[in-house]
Design a protein around this ligand. Structure first.
Ligand code: KG4
Ligand code: ZN
Length: 398
């Protein structure tokens, strides 16, 4: 059970300038350990990043072929103190100057989440600071507001290595789920296809994520429609996603070509660039179709006579320029502006957690201080409108 200690309904945060010329209090420390990145950051209420630090386990997990939760937990445990200390060093502030500690407590790998939450609780008790529990996907969704003026409400397409969903964001604590993936997340599909293609055997892709490798390879394609992929869920009039079919079709194409060309076990398809471009285009088209329907649904359901003004594309996959440009090109036809966080802030980091803490601290009428928080491996958005979207039966547009 959450143990909430209500402090004061009329608690006001003093927006006073402090040590940093452009940074306005409150200052929030953010801690992120939901998967394989240990991140921390200190962010001020006006979106200044005073300091941040991230330790990525990605390359360490490669030899296991994926993330093993107990191994990830050990990495987090071994480096959390250093990551937080480095963050304070870079920010040149002390813990006594922090106004709250935001920490990811849902969703994610339970063992990983526990490390961040336990450390946040330790700091909270020792320095008498409130803790703000943060939903990892909500933090991704709000991140772009730190550097762009994006008015509420907005539509958000969240595409990462573990999640795929589309949500209407009314305010920092009110998210309406319009669609989610029925199987894989897009980043997961990119990572698996990149691995199946053996892109890491080529030095230019050896140290980047699967999604980045596919995007980079696609830029050199001469025939970006060479490989055919079926459009997933094309007959379903909803905003659900599915990436397993694309991934399986991709794996079949690769196997067929490998056999046809009698490739050596560690060889990469000679036309891998065309393959990557075809795969990326098919993925973008699927996401575009679901996003277009979400726009129509939002304008009808929430905004009545008003128009939707902004779309945010967020999560690690939002780094992808092809995907982002596809969505923003379509949105322009509806007179909607499309945003994403700065590229380095699309993937997991402590800054998005600290910024979400700022948003909650500034907008909550009641500031709740938690002295005990739980972790949740699953945490679906509370308001689920997937069925309502289906019932609207909004037709596809070619
Ligand atoms: O948001 P994130 O750091 O982790 C989760 O919360 O899951 O996203 C990581 C994912 C990886 O699957 C990675 O392949 C993908 O983001 N990614 C990309 C690109 N950069 C990272 N996918 C497509 N294009 C990119 N440029
Ligand atoms: Zn993430």
């Amino acid at each position: 059970m959450l143990n909430l200690l209500f402090i004061s309904k009329s608690f006001h945060i003093s927006a006073r300038r402090f040590a940093h010329a452009n940074a306005i209090r409150p200052y929030v420390l953010g801690i992120e350990t939901s998967c394989d990145d240990t991140g921390a950051a200190i962010v001020s209420s006006d979106g200044n990043v005073l300091g941040d630090y991230i330790y990525s386990q990605q390359n360490s997990h490669l030899k296991f072929g994926g993330i093993i939760p107990t191994v990830a937990m050990d990495f987090h445990r071994n480096c959390i103190e250093n990551v937080v200390n480095q963050t304070f060093r870079r920010a040149n502030v002390s813990l006594s100057e922090i106004d709250a500690i935001a920490v990811t407590n849902r969703p994610g790998l339970s063992l990983s989440l526990l490390v961040g939450v336990r450390y946040a609780k330790y700091l909270s008790k020792r320095y008498n600071k409130p803790i703000i529990p943060i939903h990892h996907m909500e933090a991704h969704a709000l991140m772009a507001r730190m550097t762009n003026k994006i008015p509420l409400p907005f539509l958000c397409v969240l595409l990462s290595g573990g999640h795929s969903l589309v949500t209407f964001v009314k305010n920092p604590s009110e998210f309406y789920l319009l669609g989610e993936t029925l199987d894989d997340a897009p980043g997961e599909a990119f990572d698996k296809i990149a691995r199946r293609l053996k892109l890491r055997n080529l030095p230019q892709y050896a140290y980047v994520s699967g999604g980045q490798a596919i995007e980079l390879a696609a830029t050199s394609s001469r025939d970006p429609s060479k490989y055919e992929f079926p459009l997933p869920l094309s007959m379903q009039r909803d905003c659900q996603f599915s990436f397993a079919g694309l991934k399986n079709t991709g794996a079949r194409h690769i196997l067929k070509e490998e056999k046809l060309l009698d490739l050596a076990p560690d060889a990469v398809l000679p036309d891998y660039e065309d393959f990557c471009a075809s795969f990326l285009n098919a993925t973008s088209k699927h996401i575009l179709q679901r996003t277009r329907r979400a726009i129509v649904f939002c304008e009808k359901m929430f905004l009545k006579s008003n128009k939707l003004r902004s779309i945010v594309v967020s999560g690690g996959v939002a780094r992808n320029d092809v995907l982002f440009n596809t969505i923003s090109g379509m949105a322009k036809q509806y007179d909607i502006e499309t945003f994403r966080p700065q590229k380095q802030h699309c993937t997991d980091n402590g800054i998005m957690i600290a910024w979400n803490g700022v948003e909650l601290l500034l907008t909550n009428e009641q500031i709740l201080h938690y002295d005990d928080i739980e972790v949740f491996s699953r945490a679906p958005f509370k308001i689920n409108l997937i069925q309502n979207v289906k019932e609207e039966s909004i037709p596809n547009k070619a």
